[in-house]
Design a protein. Sequence first.
Length: 125
Amino acid sequence: MKMACSDISINSIYGLFTTLLMVRLDSLLICLSYVMILKTLLSIASTVECLRALNTCVSHLWAVLLFYMPMLGLSVLHRFGKGSPPLIQILLGYIYLLVPPLMNPVVYSVKSKHLCARIISVFVK
């Protein structure tokens, strides 16, 4: 594109706008589904079951955030970080590919007291 056109800033802005629109649409649909889940949950379940399900919903939200944050950072870096070293782009790409799947079990295991204590003991040593 740089060889065919002199100014590609419009294309970069359009790509970033499209990425942000997709993330917002996903976030809106996720929030809508959580509102429907919580509405159903609060009308049917007991207090203990409600808190348990709410704890699961919070874990789901953390997992979604772990997925979207590196994606947004990588998108902004690719569009506007032309002067950044290639190593940063490669490192952020690896973070985007590896961190969400590796952190997913950690996010969901934090609810378990035994596993939470083991994870803290690994990092505190």
